[in-house]
Ligand binder design. Structure first.
Ligand SMILES: C[S@@+](CC[C@H](N)C(=O)[O-])C[C@H]1O[C@@H](n2cnc3c(N)ncnc32)[C@H](O)[C@@H]1O
Length: 494
């Protein structure tokens, strides 16, 4: 059957939903390719009517994900634009180390990472810099399919175009294809780099950044290259302001030469070069007009509480040496299963140990990665056995947020700070929830409490329940939250 091209109105119906939900716009030159992509996504969803499909897209995020993967341009490769990496190596890193001291763990974010080449290039660069503290590298994208590829860290030679052979030999293992040539087969990145990058879903058009739970705060460096060029102007303005607030003071944003000027939308100090514009958030930065969008829910990934527990490997080694108890071995096995991503197996393994508060909390964390509602039910049951466990209340609050049950989450967060008046994380959760429910005065009080509690501790003290964060860092995040609350909320311009 010959398919007729869509009318402008028909096309606009679908493109409008995509723009509303993601900020993505499509130039006329891409119209045929975009139509083809929409038709393919429609066929997968067994929808034939374009208007019905547009309506479905507006309420079904899985369908939107599928379409977005079809329509986004994920073009990327390792060390794309080498001058950007030279700038990071030669100017930015020495500046960060000098300003923040050797004990500072550098925070870098590949925002719009596509299939991961940019993020892994940053991780390699940071490794070669031999920084005293292990850096944190976050990588986010709108396309879940690209994120899946990124996590596998296995590439074709095309992703390595322009990369010196010595770098390839040092960091990749080549699995040749049928013809045995260097151009065929896969290049697998050295396993140690896979765990150095945290890949997460993040849609720039939503309000999930800056935030503690998405790791998007206190960034020394944000690479946001070749992404904003695909977004409409109002989303670009929204993203520019939010990215600025994700930066640490004196942190940098690197964009590509074809990207729009961010300093047109927010107060960042630009440095123009022939190969792109670098922006710096300086102390002088005044607060730009702000924007807000409906709350987005963030997927929960609850890892074992590393602040309080030794790593699975360390525990395993110890167990061999000292023949520790079988309960401890069950815990160790569960942690190892979690580290390997076998969350259901980890949860099953812990079922006989639920009378123990630590094992029970780990059980909830494992389930949270399988099914949030099930984890919340298990956590509620666990609170019957461990009513005074701050960790269980904390887990329940996080799960209720993920389930968009904000009123209950607020009650639980209040319970955390009632049980432990020194729980900075409790005040953080409470602050975030009160902000979401528009109790801005309450949110300010909660963040102020978190801030003061954190400042009273040594900057490098580990903060309980924080997934290994240090007091100094979190105090910085509390300041950012307070700064945002002292401002008008960030709204998507109309
Ligand atoms: C061309 S790639 C850029 C990859 C890499 N930054 C580089 O420069 O090599 C653009 C990426 O932006 C992502 N993207 C587009 N719109 C987005 C949005 N609203 N939120 C998050 N990511 C988005 C796409 O999924 C795509 O992976």
């Amino acid at each position: 059957m010959i398919e007729l091209p869509w009318s402008d109105t028909e096309f606009a119906a679908v493109a409008g939903v995509v723009a509303e939900r993601t900020g993505l716009v499509f130039p006329h030159a891409r119209r045929t390719a975009v139509e083809r992509g929409v038709r393919e996504a429609m066929a997968r969803s067994a929808t034939v009517d374009l208007r019905a499909y547009g309506a479905l897209l507006a309420r079904d995020s899985a369908l939107l994900d599928d379409l977005v993967t079809e329509l986004t341009i994920g073009e990327t490769y390792f060390f794309r634009e080498p001058k950007h990496f030279a700038f990071v190596r030669e100017s930015l890193l020495p500046d960060v180390v000098q300003r923040r001291g050797a004990g500072h763990a550098v925070r870098a974010w590949s925002a719009g990472c596509s299939t991961g080449e940019e993020a892994y290039s940053l991780a390699i660069l940071l490794d070669e810099a031999h920084l005293p503290e292990r850096p944190y590298v976050l990588a986010t994208d709108l396309s879940r399919k690209s994120l899946q590829t990124a996590r596998s860290a296995s590439y074709r030679v095309w992703s390595l175009r322009g990369v010196p052979a010595t770098t390839i030999a040092r960091y990749f293992r080549h699995e040749p294809g049928a013809d045995g040539s260097r151009n065929s087969g896969r290049y697998d990145l050295d396993a140690r780099f896979r765990n150095r990058v945290t890949f997460e879903y993040l849609n720039f058009a939503l309000d999930s950044y800056p935030a503690l739970d998405t790791g998007t705060w206190g960034m020394d460096l944000i690479f946001c290259r070749n992404v904003l060029i695909y977004l409409d102007r109002r989303t670009t303005a929204y993203v520019a302001e939010r990215l600025r607030r994700c930066l640490a003071t004196d942190g940098w944003i690197v964009t590509a030469s074809s990207d729009p000027m961010l300093s047109e939308f927010t107060d960042l100090e630009p440095t123009r070069t022939d190969w792109g514009v670098f922006y710096r958030r300086t102390k002088r930065t005044s607060l730009a007009p702000a924007m807000n969008r409906e709350s987005a829910t963030v997927p929960v990934v609850l890892r074992p509480a590393i602040a309080e527990r030794a790593s699975p490997l360390a525990v395993a080694a110890e167990s061999e040496e000292h023949a520790i108890t079988s309960d401890c071995l069950v815990l160790t096995r569960a942690e190892a299963a979690m580290a390997a991503g076998a969350y259901r197996q980890a949860a099953e393994g812990l079922r006989d140990l639920l009378a123990d508060a630590s094992a029970s909390a780990l059980h909830v964390r494992a389930l949270a990665n399988v099914e949030v509602a099930e984890a919340e039910r298990a956590c509620t049951a666990a609170l019957g056995r461990h009513p005074l466990s701050v960790e269980h209340h904390y887990l329940r609050a996080v799960l209720l947020v993920a389930l968009v049950r904000f009123d209950e989450a607020i009650r639980v967060a209040r319970r955390i700070v009632y049980l432990d008046g020194n729980s900075a994380i409790g005040y953080f959760i409470l602050g975030g929830l009160l902000r979401r429910t528009d109790d801005l005065a309450g949110a300010r009080r909660a963040y102020r409490n978190a801030h003061d509690l954190l400042l009273a501790q040594p900057a490098d003290a580990l903060v309980p329940l924080s997934d290994g964060e240090r007091a100094g860092r979190l105090a910085e995040l509390a300041s950012i939250e307070l700064e945002m609350l002292s401002d008008t909320p960030i709204r998507m311009p109309q």
